[in-house]
Write a new protein. Structure first.
Length: 270
């Protein structure tokens, strides 16, 4: 069942697995557009086309949720208290003011103030998180156990955040806090070749992974930060059908592994 809201799209499945894509949205509301630079309006730091990459999941009975609006409006994967998830490392804000390349997102004097940030939390952040909370609760009530896959992607080279070129598959479990070792072991046993992979490298899981991943409460969460070199022409940010056709089987293997694990845990919980 598809639930369409002005803020997000939710596809409700019947399996104990949900995929969240909080940085997949591309739109900027008109009232915010007027305050932004041309660089900001181009939304270059989007997790491009994740809905296309994971378009196989709905037919497997898996729930999916993704927002309509871009991370520049508000970052759904940040705590509303402004906490830096990677202390000591460069990170973007709840309402980002600069792009990954440090170019300004707002015209002079138009950076959102506290009142505007609070409005965006209420208008955009809360509905997405409430819908995700409700869907996890629904699936947990039905199955007794839920696995959450936090699906992200990023350019393969972003000097602001890491040196050199990022591995292709970057898994994060908040250093083992957001999911159990058997889940990570099952994922790491997948043959991702010819792609490279790492667990808890530069990316260890954002706010959603850390907040919802509560194994003692029968909810496990794993983040994947996928290098966009695996499916985009990075110079133009265009979807590359040939590259995508090669990486999608690996994503399907990942999702299948997580689904099998979730069903096994669900059987044990009932």
């Amino acid at each position: 069942m598809r639930e369409q809201s002005p803020i997000f799209e939710l596809i409700k499945g019947n399996q104990p697995l949900i995929i969240s894509m909080p940085h997949n949205g591309q739109e900027i509301p008109d009232d915010i557009k007027n305050t932004m630079t041309e660089a900001g309006l181009a939304v270059p730091d989007t997790d491009w086309y994740l809905d296309k990459l994971y378009d196989f999941a709905a037919s497997m009975g898996i729930s999916l949720i993704n927002p309509r609006y871009n991370r520049y409006v508000i970052d759904l994967n940040r705590n509303t208290n402004g906490e830096n998830l990677y202390p000591g490392a460069n990170s973007t804000e709840l309402c980002p003011t600069t792009a990954f390349d440090l170019s300004p997102l707002y015209k002079t004097g138009r950076v959102p103030n506290d009142a505007e940030i609070s409005r965006r939390v209420n208008t955009y952040w809360q509905p997405y998180h409430q819908a995700l909370t409700n869907e996890i609760a629904r699936l947990k009530a039905e199955h007794g156990y839920v696995v959450l896959l936090e699906a992200h992607s990023i350019l393969s080279v972003v000097p602001r955040f890491f040196e050199g070129q990022l591995p292709d598959f970057n898994f994060g479990s908040n250093q083992g806090e957001s999911c159990k070792a058997p889940l990570v072991n099952a994922v790491e046993a997948i043959d991702f070749s010819p792609y490279s992979q790492v667990t808890n490298g530069r990316f260890k899981g954002g706010f959603i992974t850390r907040h919802f991943g509560q194994p003692k409460q029968q909810v496990e969460a794993l983040q994947l930060e996928l290098s966009q070199a695996t499916y985009l022409d990075e110079d133009t940010l265009a979807y590359n059908e040939e590259k995508a056709a090669q990486v999608k089987p690996k994503l399907k293997a990942l999702v299948t592994t997580l689904l099998n694990y979730a069903n096994e845990q669900a059987r044990g919980a009932n």
